[in-house]
Write a protein that binds this ligand. Structure first.
Ligand SMILES: NC(=O)c1ccc[n+]([C@@H]2O[C@H](COP(=O)([O-])OP(=O)(O)OC[C@H]3O[C@@H](n4cnc5c(N)ncnc54)[C@H](O)[C@@H]3O)[C@@H](O)[C@H]2O)c1
Length: 251
């Protein structure tokens, strides 16, 4: 790794949006840490990047577990001196089924909050010493435009992502003294390689019809926004949400 190479950790990059983000950030010259609960997926994405000439490390981590986050941070500190970016993308999402809020089992509610919100807080604080080692670190939290539309039948998910936005705002203030910027992106519905059986083709089409950009979003639609918020072009932006939903919501 050269001294001017920037390192970015992308959580949940074993598949889906996180994977696409990691692959593109590597293509743009970042060393990318593929941090995921699924160690096999993380290793496979890291291999995919290194086999095409990019720089990547796989890191197994469960962001819902304090010991796992501490161990992952320690493991990473043995491999890199600092990290310049953190994309908090890991979440329980594609495995969730839609149901009214009064039918969400208590353990499912708690698990979604534990991973999506508490996990984002936990891995961020564990990686803080490495982020502080960078001259200009940037954190990008992946929230969801489901918050802006009050999307029904995912109340735990929507509440967790609203929490991520609040966390973004609060810690952007707390990290000001460290020169670390913190922002969020709010994607609309994104088609990834992972099939989602709870969304019908008719629902996908209805959403496309409601967007100003009349096509389904792909993971690549997110990556430019994330890269912008990570890099120097957004150097005067902190504590903001960048909405990337094809104009589904206007605000
Ligand atoms: N796909 C969409 O329509 C959409 C829309 C808005 C926001 N988002 C957000 O974008 C992000 C990625 O979405 P996706 O569709 O790729 O999701 P996904 O469910 O396909 O992938 C999530 C990834 O996170 C990992 N993960 C889950 N729990 C973890 C844990 N405890 N510790 C570490 N890793 C864990 C999974 O192993 C997986 O690789 C999520 O934050 C999601 O909420 C997605």
């Amino acid at each position: 790794m050269s001294s001017d190479e920037k390192t970015v950790v992308v959580t949940g990059s074993g598949q889906g949006i996180g994977r696409a983000t990691a692959v593109e950030l590597a293509r743009r010259g970042y060393q990318v840490v593929i941090a995921d609960l699924n160690a096999d997926h993380a290793a496979s994405v890291a291999d995919e990047i290194t086999s095409t000439g990019g720089s990547a490390l796989a890191l197994a981590v469960d962001i819902s577990d304090a010991d796992s986050c501490r161990a992952a941070s320690g493991e990473l500190a043995g491999k890199v001196e600092k990290i310049d970016g953190l994309v908090n993308n890991a979440a329980l999402f594609s495995t969730l089924t839609m149901k009214p809020f009064w039918e969400i089992p208590e353990d499912e509610w708690n698990r979604v909050l534990q991973v999506n919100l508490t996990g984002t807080w936990r891995i961020t604080k564990e990686l803080l010493p490495l982020l502080r080692g960078s001259a200009a670190a940037s954190i990008v939290n992946v929230a969801a435009s489901a918050v802006w539309i009050g999307r029904p039948n995912y109340a735990h998910y929507v509440a967790s992502k609203a929490g991520v936005i609040g966390l973004t705002y609060a810690i952007s203030r707390e990290l000001a003294g460290d020169g670390i910027r913190v922002n969020a992106v709010t994607p609309g519905s994104v088609q990834t390689e992972i099939p989602r059986h709870t969304i019908t083709p008719a629902q996908v089409q209805a959403q496309v019809d409601a967007q100003s950009v009349r096509r389904p979003a792909e993971p690549s639609d997110l990556v430019g926004a994330v890269a912008f918020l990570l890099g120097p072009d957004s150097g005067f932006i902190s504590g903001q949400t960048l909405n990337v939903d094809g104009g589904l919501t206007v605000r």
